[in-house]
Design a protein around this ligand. Structure first.
Ligand code: ZN
Length: 486
């Protein structure tokens, strides 16, 4: 028997059970399958209710998305997106291609940003497939079976199924489920999603935190609380890792990079994620120029996706922090200034990498595994006058992580490149809550509920759970793949 048939059979059986005198103890028929409770990425949860199947954040690798979700795309009633990072939506086009015809819910800002991320993802998929085919052809091996996991028509169809929901509004998404979003301050439009399933004694409120931003984020509006809920599926990316050392001062660090490059007559190359980090860096550059009007260092924005996302940030002022809104009211555009130049074409980017002597380049590719920053690093790393700035999390094995660890030689496009430039890291720009802030959020949203830690490093889970329990909060750890939410 197929697992889906078995599940439906079990649900029918559960619904046919005679009513118990204690209705509160009757099974609700709500089941939750978490993607990776002990890993940070990718996401993708399946909530089965008596009348529907809801998928939250289908972010699994697009090629294995369906297998990982363990559900038939045709059976999914609705999809809920907390935000637009690819590890939360990367499998969307694959699900659509395999027959998902329902609606995809998220905040309007998150869905607009998701469109840009998906178009960019399709482009990357296409060029990766092309490169792989060329390599196989060169080796005399068959290559016709290599295709992009999804393409333009898949993205177009996916986007046509988007349904924006404003934060705070309650919307029915299936016969027995509603959703309500509230912003989390993680990236533009990112929100926690409260799924309210069933009615009366069978009603259960299940809150999916999504990725949680800093308590007082520079860019994004602060999070709101939800009131009483039954279950909280909470991310713990930095959970169990209390902060150590002095408080980082990112503006001072960026200013130091400017000073050093000016003194040496070199340039600053910053590896930046297009979403969130690029806008934070632009806002920092803008403030540095306000503090020191004689700072004439040009800034080149060399990330087409980052540029498009920056324009989107400007169209959603209500989703931004009070700080940004106040700044804009007083000084005008928070992300633009006369010394800012947008690099449009790939040719221009190559020219800039070869000929720029002084200035700042904010280039796409936060971990330097791809994107335009790689071309700039190839030119700048051998140059002792240049300053290379890493502005985000670098996963093990990435070029950014190799540079962070102080390697004196790295490989770029198969060639050995000496590291003579000064390599700096800017700390304190994370879009994720610290351990302490995660505990605060749990206290504000999880009082009287069962908290299910999810989307974090398994090695730190115990320390995070202990911190929650020390606050009198109840923690529920998943046993097996599927949990019954009674
Ligand atoms: Zn995220």
């Amino acid at each position: 028997m197929k697992p889906t048939k078995l599940l439906i059979g079990l649900l029918v059986f559960a619904l046919q059970l005679p009513a118990s005198a204690d209705t509160a103890k009757r099974p609700t028929g709500i089941k939750l399958r978490l993607a990776n409770p002990k890993k940070v990425t990718p996401s993708g949860h399946v909530l089965t209710t008596p009348k529907s199947t809801i998928v939250v954040d289908p972010g699994a690798d697009p090629k294995v998305g369906i297998r990982k979700l363990s559900t038939d795309a045709k059976n999914i009633s609705a999809i809920v997106l907390t935000h637009e990072h690819l590890d939360h939506l990367g499998a969307l086009p694959t699900l659509v291609r395999h027959g998902f015809k329902g609606k995809i819910y998220g905040t309007s800002a998150a869905l607009d940003a998701a469109k840009l991320m998906l178009w960019d993802g399709a482009k990357i998929q296409r060029s990766n497939a092309k490169r792989q085919r060329a390599r196989l052809r060169k080796e005399g091996k068959p290559c016709d079976h290599i295709h992009a996991a999804y393409n333009k028509p898949d993205v177009e169809q996916t986007i046509s199924q988007f349904r924006p929901v404003e934060p705070g509004k309650i919307t029915a998404i299936s016969p027995d489920t509603t959703v309500r979003f509230e912003l989390t301050g993680h990236v533009l439009g990112a929100a926690s999603a409260l799924l309210d399933v069933g009615t009366g004694a069978q009603e259960r409120k299940i809150l999916f935190s999504g990725d949680l931003g800093r308590a007082n984020d520079e860019l994004h509006a602060p999070p709101k609380t939800f009131g009483k809920v039954d279950y909280v599926v909470q991310e713990y990316t930095y959970g169990g890792r209390p902060a150590q050392g002095p408080k980082p001062r990112p503006m001072a660090q960026l200013n130091n990079a400017h000073k050093l490059a000016k003194k040496k007559g070199g340039r600053v190359v910053i590896a930046a994620f297009a979403l969130g980090r690029t806008q934070t860096l632009l806002f920092m550059e803008r403030q540095l120029r306000l503090q020191k009007p004689d700072n004439d260092f040009p800034v080149y924005l060399d990330t087409p996706l980052g540029e498009k996302l920056t324009q989107l940030y400007k169209t959603y002022p209500n989703y931004l922090s009070r700080r940004i809104r106040r700044f804009t009211a007083k000084h005008g555009d928070a992300f633009s200034f006369p010394q800012l130049h947008v690099v449009a074409s790939g040719e221009e980017s190559k020219g800039l990498a070869t000929f720029l002597e002084q200035g700042v380049v904010i280039a796409g590719g936060g971990m330097a595994t791809g994107g335009r920053v790689v071309g700039h690093l190839k030119q700048s790393l051998p140059n002792p006058n240049d300053v290379v700035v890493l502005a985000g999390y670098a996963a093990p094995g990435t070029l950014a992580q190799q540079l962070q660890s102080g390697l004196k030689e790295v490989k770029i496009y198969g060639k050995t490149v000496p590291v003579n430039a000064t390599v700096m890291s800017i700390n304190g720009l994370s879009g994720h809550r610290s351990h302490q802030e995660l505990v605060q959020w749990a206290k504000a949203n999880g009082e009287g509920a069962k908290i299910i830690p999810n989307h974090g490093n398994g090695r730190n889970r115990q320390a995070f759970v202990k911190a929650l329990e020390a606050e009198g909060l109840e923690v529920l750890l998943p046993r097996g793949d599927v949990m019954e939410l009674n």
